[in-house]
Design a protein around this ligand. Structure first.
Ligand code: FE2
Ligand code: FE2
Length: 376
């Protein structure tokens, strides 16, 4: 008896998963196939998508894919994180020593040795993997089968980042799961509803553009794409408030703002970065310090900007809705040298403020001096 098993977070399932599984069904021709979504503790922020919804989407995505497919809630029943070797143990017991075929993506293949109890897995299962174009054939020392053909380079984190940045569902997921994502407002669709009702259309569009640009920079500067998108989409969340509202909001919620009195008197709109940080944390449950700091620093910078913070500062001033000439220059610079782009952006911001006969916040001046002092 042959059993094919396909496990993963599937958060959400995407077309790459479907293609891989369908090909494996053909090649392995199993008697039964198990699709086993991973259990995630609801108390962990890492994957807040409930098991039930990930399972629903799997059933929608694989509907009609073949016979004898079991959507297995084994991990949910176990009530916690289970290891792959335990899954193999369970299938051996359930089917009385079947031939087990373990379906994995190419990325996993290089990492299998780091899994818990790998020798047990290799002794009791054959690994089945898909290849991506350009992938160097793996001289794996354990039993494995490469599926014929190539598979697209898709990932669930990219899908999540796309939905959070754009507010729409990419065509990299099966269309059958889109209604579930929409109905349950998954992957940040709830954030988009909030932004649409709190920001003017132009500001909402700008937020999406900044998120998109931050995502593009994240590839170059090796920053987690979801972090970049979270910072981008929420950076102006407080921008819908009038000056007086911003001031009251900061007082009421004890939002920490350097030079608060001066800013309130001279340029209260500058408060929006700090209010957006507060909203990201308390309204949207973001606790990652890098993301929160990047949001707070996106207008005036700081002396301790992380790469994410620099990316957001630059993306904000050069997003594609910014039509002035410098936006293009900054965008182009940022694709090559983030620090140069930051310096150029800080310079333009200061000059623009002076030209507008406006007050220069000491934070902006400090940033400029800091950048010049550390110029290389
Ligand atoms: Fe802003
Ligand atoms: Fe902005």
């Amino acid at each position: 008896m042959k059993v094919l098993v396909f496990g993963g977070s599937f958060d959400p399932v995407h077309k790459g998963h479907v293609a891989l599984f369908k090909r494996a069904l053909k090649v392995v021709a199993p008697d039964v196939a198990h699709i086993v979504p991973a259990y995630h503790s609801p108390f962990k922020a890492k994957s807040p998508t409930p098991f039930r919804l990930r399972m629903t989407m799997l059933k929608q995505a694989f509907k009609g894919a073949g016979k004898n497919i079991i959507f297995d809630d084994y991990e949910l029943k176990q009530g916690g994180k289970t290891y792959t070797y335990q899954l193999v143990q369970y299938l051996k017991k359930r089917y009385n020593n079947p031939e087990i075929f373990l379906l994995v993506g190419t990325d996993c293949l290089n990492d299998l040795h780091n899994w818990k109890n790998p020798s047990y897995i290799f002794e009791n299962a054959v690994v089945v993997a898909g290849k991506r174009k350009g992938y160097d054939e793996n001289p794996a020392t354990f039993p494995h089968i490469f599926l014929p053909g190539f598979f697209p380079k898709l990932s669930s984190s990219r899908v999540r980042a796309h939905i959070l940045a754009c507010g729409d569902i990419p065509d990299t997921v099966p269309s059958s799961i889109a209604p579930t994502i929409r109905k349950n407002k998954l992957y940040g669709l709830d954030v988009h509803d909030w932004l649409k009702s709190h920001l003017k259309p132009k500001r909402y569009l700008h937020s999406k553009n900044v998120a998109e640009m931050a995502a593009a920079f994240s590839d170059i500067y090796n920053i987690n794409v979801e972090s970049a998108v979270k910072a981008g989409i929420l950076h102006d969340a407080g921008k819908g408030m009038e000056a007086s509202e911003l001031i009251s909001f900061c007082k009421e919620h004890h939002v920490k703002v350097p030079f608060f009195e001066d800013i309130c008197r001279m340029e209260p709109q500058l408060l929006h970065s700090f209010v957006s940080r507060w909203l990201a944390k308390h309204q949207f449950g973001i606790h990652d310090k890098d993301i929160l700091d990047a949001i707070a620093e996106h207008t005036l910078g700081s002396l301790h900007m992380s790469t994410l913070s620099k990316m957001l500062f630059v993306a904000d001033i050069s997003s594609k809705d910014r039509k002035y000439k410098d936006a293009f220059v900054i965008r182009t610079l940022a694709l090559q040298d983030l620090d140069k782009a930051l310096r150029y952006a800080a310079n333009r911001k200061l000059l623009f403020t002076i030209d507008s006969q406006k007050w220069l916040c000491p934070l902006g001046i400090d940033l400029w001096n800091h950048l010049i002092k550390h110029e290389n």
